[in-house]
Each structure stands twice: as C-alpha cells, then as structure tokens.
Design a protein around this ligand. Structure first.
Ligand SMILES: [Zn+2]
Ligand SMILES: [Zn+2]
Length: 420
C-alpha cells in the first residue's frame, strides 16, 4: 500500500490524500482547492486540466470528509472525468443549496450549474457503514467541526488500518462524544497509521474556547445591546445553534431567505435529535422590506440579525440602521479574525470596511479545529503501530515538539510518499 500526501504537510488548504492498494485500487480522500488569500481567489495547480488529468488517472473514487472548499474544490472536474464521489447526505444537501443560490449571480452561474450536475451524482456516505471500493474499505465516523456532517474515515487496505481524521475538534457540541466514539469504534480495531489534521499546532491553547462558552458570550452581548448584527458563516451549524440558544425571543431573530432555508435543512436533518440543533424555524424570520409587522417589532424591541457581506445585506442594513441608536447597536464578528486583521495574509479589505460601519464591535469566535492538547490526546489514545502523518498544517514537523511518549515521536512521518 502507498499513501501520498499531495498537499497539506506545509499548508492549510488544498487538502489531497491518495491511498493506493497493492493491487492498484487508487482513491483520494478530499480534493480541495487552495484557500483564497484576502478577497482575491487563489491559484491552484489543479485549475490546469492537464494536472487534474494526471492526478485523477486511474483513480477509482474521491471521498470527502466534509464540504469546505479546502477539501471539496473540484467536484465538477471529477464528475466530468466520470469518477464517483462520496460525501454525507446533509453535506450534499448544503452544497446543492449553496450552488442553487450561486446560480443567480451571473459571474458564478456556469460553475454553479456544473457543480449541481456533479452533486446530482454524488453517492452517500452513511456514518458507521462501510463503503467498499475495490479492495479498500472506508467507514465514516461523525465528528465535530465548523461544518456539519463532517467525518473521520477508518480505511482498511492491504491488512492495514488507517485513521484519517479530516478536520475535527473536541470543543464543539459533538466534541464531547469524540473519545467515546474512538473507544467504541476505532481503538479496538488497532490503528496502524494515523493521518491527522494539525491546523492549530502553533496556536496557544487559551485562544481555543469551547463552543458553549461562545454561546454564553453571545448571550451577554444580546442582552447588552438592543440591536445586534452577527456576521457569521451561514452553514456553521454549531455557531447557528449557539446564536439560537443565546437569543432572547422577546425580540425577533432575523436572517434572509438563504439562511432561513439553511436553518430548515438543519432542523429537518436533526428532527429526531433530543436536544441539539432543534431549530424551531417558525421563530426565525426572513427579512423582507415590506414586512411592516416585523419591522415595527424590530423598532420596538430590537433584534438579533444574521448578516453576510453582500450587496443584498448592505441594502437591508441601510434600511434598518436609521432606526437604531448607535449606543444600542453592535456587530458581533463571529469568524476568523485574520480576515479583518490588516497585517494578516488572509486580510480582506472589503470585509474590514463592511465591519467598520458599525460603531460597536464585539468578537465571538472559536476555532473549528482541534487544539494542540486535543491532538496530543488523540495521538496517545490511537497510539498507532506504524506512523503518524500530519496534514492540514503549516508545520508537520511541529508535531515533533508535542508532549508525547518517545515511541510516538519516532512514528511522526513528514514524507510525501510512504509505502507500507
Ligand atoms: Zn473544514
Ligand atoms: Zn480544512
């Protein structure tokens, strides 16, 4: 068996892991695009068709841990070449929803149409159910991440067992279940090779607060300010649940039709859940300029409104701001701070200007990725027999500085191509 880490040992984004069995079955785990820098789209070697042809030659399937663009970036290109693609049901639905919206923007229409064609043919991954491709078995296990329906994969190939973590964390709402899941399903199998994300290897642990503390921070701001605008991802179900739980329903919770449909998707997917993600969509209002009843309520009691940086939302803000007093109004910025930090490589000038229009600024965010301590504990729990391969990290070699037993340090492997 051969494992090729095409990208990810010294960059976050454009994640591609290839596994080839001794008999020649070749699969890819994730095929992501390089992350954009600031507000300009990034370049990627796989934007060139010849490079994509070479990567996909003889490839049996592409399986995605989740739908973030740094993991799922070329679905239409894979589809064009007739290669099956697999992902979780809710993740497929979210991408269909997103691309149906993108179709309305002239510049994005062709790409959105091609993506929708590809998504129609996506096959479903079902958690804890093994999918067999040639002589490789892949079983997905649900994990907490800033994208719902994210998975770790247990991969069985040539008698070896590989755990590919995808993107994960232990501090989201589903994070509490991580060690139980590992103990029940993964550790008894005996893992030989651990391929793990390492986004936060260089981050101080204290910057990573649990999602339920973020919920409490939202609650404080929502009580302090009458009018609250929240800039956050429309598809981060954990964050939306934090906001929903923090909101006081004496005032309206407002969004737009796209976000409302997203809430409906989540509510439907979790309708049988006992507690988590049980959004009551009748209590979430889709803003329309002619809904005078809603607007009067907003004027009277204030509101919590989810916003995005777009022309559509700028129009809504321009309609709403005239009845909001400055000292009673704030924006809660609930995304990665680098986007609005001028000396950061991800800095986005137009986003910074958008945020600046509000006189009161609050920050409420935590990482979608495991802390260094969570990674150390995962490595010790899994205790792989052969190798630990870091991916999705700016510094694979930083794993060598982890607080780990010596025998695990010796198994850290930062080669691009590894044969077993
Ligand atoms: Zn992700
Ligand atoms: Zn990622």
């Amino acid at each position: 068996m051969k494992i090729t880490i095409h990208r990810g040992q010294n960059q976050i984004g454009g994640c591609i892991t290839e596994i080839e069995s001794g008999s020649g079955t070749r699969i890819l785990i994730d095929l992501g695009h390089n992350l954009p820098e600031g507000d300009t789209p990034s370049e990627d070697k796989y934007d060139i068709p010849e490079n994509m042809d070479e990567l996909l030659k003889g490839c049996s399937s592409v399986l995605y841990t989740h739908y973030h663009g740094d993991h799922l970036g070329f679905a239409a290109e894979v589809h064009k070449r007739g290669i099956p693609q697999y992902m979780g049901r809710l993740a497929i639905d979210i991408m269909q929803h997103l691309n149906s919206r993108m179709r309305h923007a002239e510049a994005l229409r062709d790409q959105a149409e091609a993506n929708l064609e590809a998504l129609k043919d996506f096959r479903e991954l079902v958690r804890t159910h093994k999918t067999v491709i040639g002589d490789i078995g892949i079983t997905p296990y649900n994990v907490s991440h800033s994208a719902p329906d994210s998975y770790m994969f247990l991969i069985e190939c040539d008698g070896k067992k590989i755990l590919h973590t995808g993107d994960f964390r232990d501090h989201g709402y589903l994070g509490k279940g991580l060690s139980g899941m590992l103990n029940k399903y993964i550790i008894p199998k005996g893992i030989d090779i651990l391929i793990t994300e390492g986004t936060n290897v260089g981050q101080p642990a204290k910057s990573i607060v649990p999602e339920n503390e973020i919920q409490q921070e939202f609650h404080r701001h929502i009580r302090k300010y009458k009018n609250v605008f929240i800039l956050c991802s429309s598809a981060d179900m954990d964050r939306l649940w934090s906001i929903y739980q923090a909101h006081t329903f004496s005032k309206p919770l407002v969004c737009d039709s796209y976000q409302k449909e997203m809430f409906e998707l989540f509510a439907q997917a979790y309708k049988d859940s006992e507690y988590l993600y049980r959004f009551d969509c009748n209590r979430i209002y889709d803003y329309k300029a002619n809904n005078t009843k809603l607007i009067e309520w907003m004027k009277d009691r204030g509101f919590t409104m989810l916003i995005r940086k777009s022309d559509k939302f700028q129009k809504i803000i321009d309609q709403v701001m005239p009845f909001c007093k400055n000292d009673e109004t704030c924006i809660i910025y609930s995304m990665f701070k680098g986007y609005i930090t001028p000396d950061h490589k991800a800095y986005n000038d137009s986003l910074f200007e958008f945020v600046k229009q509000f006189s009161n600024f609050e920050y409420c965010h935590t990482s979608g990725h495991a802390s260094k301590e969570a990674l150390e504990s995962l490595l010790c729990m899994i205790n792989p027999n052969d190798a630990i391969i870091p991916i999705h990290t700016e510094s694979g070699i930083a794993f060598a500085d982890f607080n780990l037993p010596e025998h695990l340090k010796e198994r850290i492997c930062v080669e691009n191509v590894i044969s077993f």
